[in-house]
Design a protein. Structure first.
Length: 272
């Protein structure tokens, strides 16, 4: 989705990027485009430098974020003195995140109330198409308030408030014919310093398996998001160095074949 810089549009339009130009598509949303609505027609053309890239899916019907990288599971659980449970190898697992908290490229992320351990998560996200298949991929940052998450999950539920304040996706969706999700270098930087590096090829569970599991006993809708989960070493939690994100930090998540998702952490919200 995009909007011209000189026009205030909260919604924006779906468009196709060709070099330094953006071709506006006739569909009202990316979900409609993937369902065939207006896909054969085009509207105006804009210079890429003259538009703002909005979240590729502004209001996804559902956001399922999986736990598909074994190294991340192993590292994160080891921090708590735990091993990978055998159930993890039996089926891919996910949690539901908040579709009302989706942010796009270059949108500030408000530092959440009540946390002192703000983290990024370096992920890839699949976008469900009109036929219940995977139509394309984008970069995902599953922002995490680790101290809030830890307290919630001690009760046996969550992560809930440890996660639902923001999820960033973007900058664009690369369709399945150009990027199949089988691999690609993944890098995270904070204020220009590389903090994480991995590869999408290291997913234990395949995208087909994630899609199949997500669709069991339910119906997937166009625009649903399926997150890969964090790549191994792809978050501060795994490093254990306590270098949590602070207001003003600039976070870049780059995935080879998709692009760079940039975000800045906004000011801390006073605790009431």
């Amino acid at each position: 989705m995009f909007a011209p810089k000189d026009v205030h549009l909260e919604r924006g339009w779906p468009g196709r990027i060709e070099g330094d130009r953006v071709i506006q598509l006739a569909a009202q949303t990316l979900e409609a485009f993937f369902s065939g609505g207006g896909s054969a027609r085009e509207h105006a053309e804009f210079a890429l430098e003259d538009v703002v890239l909005r979240p590729p899916v502004l209001r996804p019907p559902a956001v399922r974020d999986f736990y598909a990288f074994e190294q991340h599971v192993r590292n994160a659980r080891a921090r708590r003195g735990l091993e990978v449970p055998p159930e993890w190898y039996e089926a891919p697992v996910f949690y539901f995140s908040n579709p009302a908290a989706i942010l796009g490229a270059d949108e500030d992320v408000a530092y959440p109330d009540g946390t002192a351990e703000l983290d990024y998560e370096l992920e890839v996200c699949a976008v469900v198409g009109g036929a219940g298949d995977i139509a394309g991929f984008t970069v995902m940052n599953d922002w995490s308030a680790r101290d809030l998450q830890r307290r919630e999950m001690a009760v046996g539920l969550g992560p809930a408030k440890g996660k639902d304040f923001a999820t960033s996706i973007g900058p664009v969706v690369v369709t399945i014919d150009e990027f199949d999700g089988s691999g690609g270098t993944m890098v995270a930087r904070v204020n220009g310093e590389e903090r994480s590096r991995g590869d999408l090829a290291d997913m234990h569970w395949s995208w087909a398996e994630l899609l199949h599991h997500a669709a069991r006993n339910t119906v997937l809708r166009p625009g649903d998001l399926l997150g890969s989960g964090c790549v191994g070493t792809g978050c501060i939690l795994e490093h254990g160095d306590g270098r949590w994100l602070q207001p003003g930090d600039a976070v870049e998540l780059e995935v080879e074949g998709i692009g760079v998702l940039r975000s800045t952490v906004g000011p801390a919200t006073p605790v009431a």
